[in-house]
Design a protein around this ligand. Structure first.
Ligand code: FES
Length: 107
């Protein structure tokens, strides 16, 4: 069963076991993870679901689409090579574990 961990800017970790295919944003919202507002509900139009993928996990994900990449130019925090919109990160049985860091600007 895949696990998804959100890490706050202060280092607090919240880990979830994922029982069914879901986006990381859906998991965050269902569990009230602070810092993931996801105002557009996954429509790629708000950028409030920005996360930094842990360096050890970047290679586990497919590259961002052109539309996601365009939206990442508009997020509040600095864009890094590991930046992703967690509404576009889909977890499945192929994803064993994933760690996502929430930018301080979203707190
Ligand atoms: S939820 Fe709005 S861009 Fe991801």
């Amino acid at each position: 069963m895949p696990t998804l961990t959100f890490v706050s800017p202060t280092g607090e970790r919240r880990e979830f076991a994922i029982e069914a295919p879901a986006s990381a944003m859906q998991v965050a919202r269902l569990n009230g993870v602070r810092g993931i507002e996801a105002e557009c509900g996954g429509a790629l139009s708000c950028g409030t679901c920005h996360v930094y993928v842990d360096d050890a996990d970047v290679s586990k994900l497919p590259v961002a689409s052109a539309q996601e990449s365009d939206m990442l130019e508009l997020v509040a925090a600095d864009r890094k090579a590991s930046s992703r919109l967690c509404c576009q990160i889909h977890l499945s049985d192929q994803t064993d574990s994933l760690v996502l860091h929430i930018p301080a600007t979203q707190f």
